[in-house]
Ligand binder design. Structure first.
Ligand code: ZN
Ligand code: ZN
Length: 490
């Protein structure tokens, strides 16, 4: 089935047979064509449809359109984990996995696609519809049901046979363009690939695991985060897939806040929480004075905090606390604190928090100038975007990256779920340009170290390997890297 037709399967009430009939009888191949045909009253005339079905399709389309809202990973994870846990406890259920863009670790999620293996005819679908959070039932079948949760999040649940699990997981994980590319490889080998398996004629030759699906088309396993048809097929064929970074590769966090500015915890509390996450070092990087709403620090307060960090480091050996600052980049590209303050700090993060709407040339020049400061180590949240709230600022990212590289400055991948800034494409660009990336929590409380997992997900989508990420380094090699930009400018 062509991929646009597969899209139609997302409309509750439309199974493969009906989609084929719509395509054959009316040439309907897209959601938009389906809407036109239904509105024009053409669907009722196809045998097996009728006016009632046509009406249902119209309603389902309306619900589908309302569903364009996207959710941050933080929200999606909360719903997905609770629901997966609930479904796992249903009798007869074997495996439960969330596929789709969720599994590909996209920064936002439109809906949840859940696959389940287990006994057919079990209580699964009844229990799914009875879930507390369910607001509306869009479709209810033996192997497939769709609901909308109170939050507006749509969840599709599919029961698949164990022998099709891998093929279904691959199919519903997507992306669509990745699937098309893999299907072409199958066709070139005279095979048929769909969500039920890989077939040679009528014979299923693979499909119980994803590995078997990839192997059948001559590929090694490709991590879900890479499945965007952005070169992963070619890399896989050439044996050059990246060894993607994992959360356990991170040894430190270079961007955290305390009560001294707008954080909620003390230095010691933050250090203890970071240690509990398995980190070996953190940088305390409160805001500088310009950000008055966040109680940014002036030079005297910076000095006082440095003394406190010295005291804590002297009495605790299980984690090293680095002295840092998130210093504001002023409109002209100068920094909010003088070099005489910055030079005593281990980590200086330059950050744009104001005038995010400057024209491209001006914004780019402003950032380039900030990166010329010999004490800057990192550029925080480089585009300033807030998902669903604020667009990225308009900058020439390639120039910024090349400047950062020439100055041995790293770019931050800010791991706050509303930021995830750099985005995936920019991470890939940093990799190609040879710019170091630092995956930072930007924690404002002890709970926020959990952000790091989202940052790592984004980094994996951006093909990043551990050696391209600054805070996978040991403390010793990190210090050397941090000093590189300062040494260079002499
Ligand atoms: Zn910031
Ligand atoms: Zn911050």
């Amino acid at each position: 089935m062509p991929p646009t037709l597969a899209e139609l399967l997302k409309i509750p009430g439309l199974g493969p047979k009906r989609v084929q009939a719509l395509s054959h009888e009316l040439g309907v191949a897209t959601i938009e064509q389906l809407r036109q045909a239904a509105s024009a009253g053409q669907i009722r005339n196809i045998s097996g449809f009728g006016a009632k079905t046509e009406q249902h399709i119209l309603e389902a389309l309306a619900a589908h359109a309302d569903q364009t809202q996207r959710f941050t990973r933080l929200v999606a994870v909360q719903y997905a984990e609770a629901l997966v846990d609930y479904l796992k406890h249903v009798r007869g259920v074997d495996r439960v996995v969330v596929a789709g863009s969720y599994r590909r670790m996209k920064d936002t999620v439109g809906d949840l696609d859940i696959l389940v293996t287990g006994e057919p005819g079990s209580a699964l679908m009844e229990r799914f519809l009875a879930y507390d959070e369910v607001d509306a039932v869009l479709a209810h079948g033996e192997t497939r049901s769709s609901v909308v949760l109170h939050s507006g999040l749509q969840v599709d649940l599919r029961l698949v046979p164990a022998e099709s699990y891998g093929a279904a997981l691959h199919y519903f994980t997507g992306s669509k363009s990745h699937n098309i590319a893999v299907r072409r490889l199958a066709q070139a080998r005279g095979l048929k690939l769909n969500e039920y398996g890989v077939f040679q004629g009528e014979k299923r030759i693979a499909g119980d695991t994803e590995e078997s699906v990839f192997a059948a088309v001559g590929l090694p396993f490709i991590a879900p985060e890479l499945r965007e048809d952005r070169g992963e097929i070619e890399a896989a064929r050439a044996g050059r897939l990246p060894q993607l970074i994992a959360l356990s590769d991170l040894r430190g966090d270079l961007h955290t806040h305390t009560k001294a500015s707008d954080g909620r915890n003390t230095i010691e509390e933050m250090a203890r929480a970071a240690r509990a996450q398995g980190l070996q070092y953190i940088a305390i990087t409160d805001h500088s004075r310009r950000l008055t709403v966040t109680h940014g620090l002036d030079p005297r307060q910076v000095a006082r905090q440095s003394d406190e960090i010295d005291r804590i480091n002297a009495s605790h050996s299980e984690i090293t606390i680095l002295k840092g600052i998130e210093v504001d980049v002023l409109e002209d590209g100068t920094l909010d604190l003088p070099d005489s303050v910055l030079q005593h700090l281990d980590v200086v993060i330059a950050a744009v928090h104001s005038k995010l709407d400057l024209p491209r040339k001006q914004q780019t020049e402003r950032i380039l100038r900030a990166l010329d400061n010999r004490y800057v180590n990192l550029l925080a949240h480089p585009t300033g975007r807030l998902l669903g709230e604020r667009k990225p600022c308009d900058i020439d990212m390639l120039r910024v990256m090349r400047k950062a590289k020439s100055r041995h400055i790293g770019l931050e991948l800010n791991a706050q779920p509303v930021r995830l800034d750099l985005d995936d494409i920019q991470c890939q660009m940093a990799r190609d340009e040879g710019v170091l990336v630092s995956i930072n929590s930007d924690a404002h409380s002890t709970f926020d170290f959990a952000n790091l997992q989202y940052g790592v997900g984004q980094a994996r989508r951006g093909w990043l390997e551990p050696d391209k990420v600054l805070n996978t380094r040991s403390l010793e090699t990190l210090r050397a890297a941090l000093n590189a930009s300062r040494a260079k400018s002499g």
